[in-house]
Design a protein around this ligand. Structure first.
Ligand SMILES: NC(=O)C1=CN([C@@H]2O[C@H](COP(=O)(O)OP(=O)(O)OC[C@H]3O[C@@H](n4cnc5c(N)ncnc54)[C@H](OP(=O)(O)O)[C@@H]3O)[C@@H](O)[C@H]2O)C=CC1
Ligand SMILES: O=C(O)C1=N[C@H](C(=O)O)C[C@H](O)C1
Length: 267
């Protein structure tokens, strides 16, 4: 049995992960950490009976008591690094889905996991369709280097652009560099009458972030060429879409060497 702790257990993703872990035959939920709902039991939060597991607020105390093998983090970007450093200090492998980390924070995780020789995993998107979309986008950008990203999420999402859009832009930029191609420059005199109208630029790729009720997690990558466009679109209409990827990461993380980023590296 893999002993699993979940940080952010009472959140939208945390509840779904709680359910998925509790249904997996090779996993046992041993700790649930969140800053809210600490009086409620995870069973009622997730709509399942998980007798004996209470939501706690102190991750280190929970880790020392419950001794998990793996810590899954779907909390907030400010909590990820401290949570993961505690995990690595105690020999627990982190599986991180939380987005919005800085490059410096990812670098710190990488160094610490390497120093401590502990497997760690981070993915901005655990849905297989999103992983394929990112790969197709990178492949297509070699031939159609003019690309823009539109990501659309629920109104409660705090970070923009999404982690998925950030990684997609990074993959597109790498593909452009490898192929030696460049996007078309904006016409001379181009201007924004409303600041931000052309989106935020990530690694040379304009990204447009939409936040509205009714959305879960969606992304379009639009590539333009002479007389044609190619649109790649992925829709997560239910958070269950992320669960097979999360379970896969929980099963594989302890066999990794240091920090691995991106679900494609586990498939
Ligand atoms: N990689 C992927 O495939 C996916 C990633 N995500 C990412 O996961 C993250 C969570 O998303 P979502 O579930 O919608 O967010 P929620 O706000 O619903 O859940 C986050 C939970 O974490 C709690 N929390 C805050 N600080 C801490 C802490 N220090 N320790 C433990 N728990 C804490 C929050 O409590 P409080 O309410 O008090 O702040 C909240 O209950 C986001 O960064 C999102 O982008 C989401 C979907 C898929
Ligand atoms: O906050 C979300 O909901 C999601 N966050 C991740 C991201 O920022 O890319 C993954 C997915 O898009 C859902």
């Amino acid at each position: 049995m893999i002993r699993v702790a979940i940080c952010g257990a009472a959140g939208r993703m945390g509840r779904e992960v709680t359910r998925a872990v509790s249904e997996a035959e090779d996993m046992q939920l041993v700790a649930a950490i969140d800053l809210h709902h600490i009086e409620e039991d995870v069973g009622s939060l997730a709509g399942i009976a998980l007798l004996g597991v209470k939501v706690e607020s102190d991750w280190k105390a929970a880790a020392l008591r419950a001794r998990p093998d793996v810590m899954v983090d779907f909390s907030v970007h400010t909590a990820v690094l401290p949570n993961a450093l505690i995990a690595l200090e105690l020999g627990i492998s982190p599986v991180i889905g939380t987005t919005g980390l800085s490059e410096e924070e990812v670098a710190r995780l990488e160094t610490t996991a390497k120093e401590r020789k502990i497997g760690a995993f981070l993915a901005p998107n655990f849905a297989i369709g999103a992983v394929l979309m990112m790969q197709f986008a990178a492949q297509a950008a070699r031939y159609l280097p003019d690309v823009e990203i539109i990501e659309l999420h629920h109104e409660k999402k705090v970070d923009a652009p999404s982690g998925t859009a950030m990684l997609t832009a990074q993959r597109i930029a790498e593909a452009r560099r490898a192929a030696g191609v460049h996007p078309t420059a904006a016409p001379e005199g181009a201007f924004e009458k409303a600041p931000g109208a052309r989106g935020g630029v990530v690694d040379g790729v304009p990204v447009h972030s939409v936040r509205l009720p009714g959305f879960v997690a969606h992304q379009e990558v639009i590539l333009g060429g002479v007389g044609q466009t190619l649109t790649l679109r992925h829709d997560s209409t239910d958070r269950r879409s992320f669960m097979p990827g999360v379970l896969l990461a929980i099963r594989k993380v302890r066999s990794l060497s240091g920090l691995v980023v991106g679900l494609e590296n586990l498939l």
